[in-house]
Design a protein around this ligand. Structure first.
Ligand code: COA
Length: 183
């Protein structure tokens, strides 16, 4: 069952994120890896900044979570994680479909370039990789991240974002928001 998460799910969300994120260990640059990958304070900050989670529940427990964050003229998909043993069984696709169908705006996702499986997952679900200078422009416009993370991240755009965001100047977007990229 896909459902919206509440504050009561905080510990379960944290557990799913940190379990799923173990896939990054030894894959993303060493200087970007830390344990736990998502400290509780960071998750609290993310939720306070407007990241709203949906989750898939099986047998009364969350097995996957995915956040969405309306930001400027887009919706960012943030923190997509499925428990290790539950990966590749459709949970991520169901959650993504749920968030996209509820999104009133173009959807963008940022993730580690080295997480090739994640890029493939989004491509399979209709997203397109944005590359080169345009990727850097979009990351700098919608995310507040160190230069090093811009270099090691990719952006994926849904069909509407490809039409309305990619290749545009972005002048219409307000600049008073920021989001941490912790995919
Ligand atoms: C990425 C993730 C959220 C996808 O959720 P999921 O439930 O595993 O994905 P689905 O079952 O809906 O889709 C599976 C497809 O995703 C890709 N994929 C997901 N995990 C993969 C893996 N470990 N190796 C290779 N491909 C993988 C494949 O294309 C796969 O299709 P296939 O099984 O037919 O080859 C989940 O695998 C995960 O938590 N991974 C670790 C953390 C992560 O990378 N998060 C993304 C942050 S932006």
């Amino acid at each position: 069952m896909i459902r919206s998460c509440t504050l009561a799910d905080f510990d379960a969300i944290l557990q799913v994120i940190n379990d799923g994120a173990s896939a990054y260990k030894g894959v993303i640059p060493d200087d970007r890896w830390h344990e736990p990958y998502m400290p509780a304070d960071e998750l609290r900050h993310e939720m306070a900044s407007g990241v709203v989670f949906s989750g898939e529940e099986v047998g009364g427990s969350l097995v996957g979570v995915m956040g969405s964050q309306p930001l400027k003229d887009v919706v960012l998909v943030r923190h997509a994680y499925v428990l290790g043993p539950r990966q590749r069984q459709g949970t991520g696709s169901r959650l993504l479909e749920h968030l996209i169908s509820a999104a009133p705006r173009p959807v963008l996702i940022g993730t580690w370039a080295a997480a090739r499986w994640a890029v493939r997952f989004y491509e399979k679900n209709g997203f397109t990789v944005v590359e080169g200078e345009e990727k850097d422009r979009i990351l700098n416009l919608y995310w507040d991240i160190p230069k090093r993370q811009v270099e090691t991240s990719v952006v994926l755009a849904d069909e509407r974002a490809c039409r309305e965001i990619v290749g545009t100047s972005g002048d219409d977007a307000e600049d008073n928001f920021s989001a941490l990229i912790l995919p």
